[in-house]
Write a new protein. Structure first.
Length: 295
């Protein structure tokens, strides 16, 4: 069918059987036979004749869109094969939302590079909706986002649930209470992540739900910078559990104080990709390994 789809796209793009015949070096009867075979395989007509012109039917337009996407995938496949044949290497481009860039992505890249030293791994970052578009438009091979995605064009694989943690300087007086409640965040000096990511949206939703008004001292788009400034500003913060490491807490003289309401508010980090049939074998292998790591 691929050959017939190619002939079909040329006819559509040339808007002429004569021009398509010359470009493909095929006779018009041969073109007509290929289109007839394609229509027979699909089970519907792709063109309707309007006077001397051929116009696409609705299914014809859908078929053309599919053929263009298939052509792009075929070119990408050939390029990947060519690169691997020439260098013995393969490439993987990962799209990461801003939060997963700092939480999940580093460990994934370390895992993949250790098991596949022949891979050239690249990362593209952006907000969640941007990463979804990049995956759908074949600009990245896979995406890691801190949410579930409901998109008919994509596969969404849940990896793990994440929730927020209250992080404070070890010497902070509020820790003398031991177990805290969400209401204890009222008036608490805090450094928060910049607006726009799931993590900050989730934080603001919690504040709205429980009518919390913290004393926000700073808004920064780097978890590492937030941790370094907590002692200086005598402030606390809310960070994703997936980011926190014992070494980070020890190096910055910080502690995690449990709050039940924070643990109950969860968000799922997911792997998103196109239909596996449209992906290269190396990308499919990476998807399987990432999924196995968390499941």
């Amino acid at each position: 069918m691929y050959e017939e789809l190619h002939v079909f796209t040329v006819i559509v793009e040339q808007s002429s059987m004569n021009k398509a015949s010359a470009l493909l070096n095929l006779s018009q009867p041969a073109l007509s036979r290929k289109i007839a075979k394609l229509e027979d395989d699909i089970g519907v007509e792709l063109f309707r004749r309007v006077g001397k012109r051929l116009e696409l039917t609705r299914i014809g337009q859908l078929t053309y869109d599919y053929a263009i996407e298939l052509r792009q995938l075929h070119r990408q496949y050939l390029q990947t094969v060519s690169e691997f044949t020439a260098t013995g290497r393969s490439s993987l481009t990962i799209g990461a939302s801003l939060t997963t860039l700092q939480t999940t992505l580093p460990d994934l890249i370390q895992m993949l590079t250790s098991t596949h030293p022949e891979f050239d791994i690249k990362a593209v970052t952006g907000k969640t909706h941007e990463i979804v578009s990049y995956v759908r438009e074949h600009k990245v091979d896979i995406g890691i986002v801190a949410s579930g995605i409901d998109d008919a064009a994509l596969r969404c694989v849940p990896l793990f649930d994440d929730h927020l943690l209250l992080v404070l300087p070890r010497s902070h007086v509020v820790t003398e209470k031991g177990m805290l409640h969400i209401a204890d965040l009222n008036g608490l000096p805090m450094i928060l992540f910049s607006k726009g990511t799931w993590y900050r949206i989730m934080t603001d939703e919690l504040f709205d739900t429980y009518r919390i008004s913290p004393d926000v001292r700073m808004e920064i788009d780097s978890f590492e910078a937030i941790l370094r400034l907590l002692h200086t500003c005598r402030a606390g913060t809310l960070l994703p559990k997936s980011y926190m490491r014992e070494q980070l807490l020890e190096d910055n003289d910080l502690i995690v104080v449990p709050i039940k309401e924070l643990a109950e508010a969860k968000r799922t980090t997911s792997l998103i990709h196109l239909d596996p049939a449209a992906l290269s074998p190396s990308v499919r292998q990476c998807i399987n390994e990432i999924t196995a790591k968390f499941n």
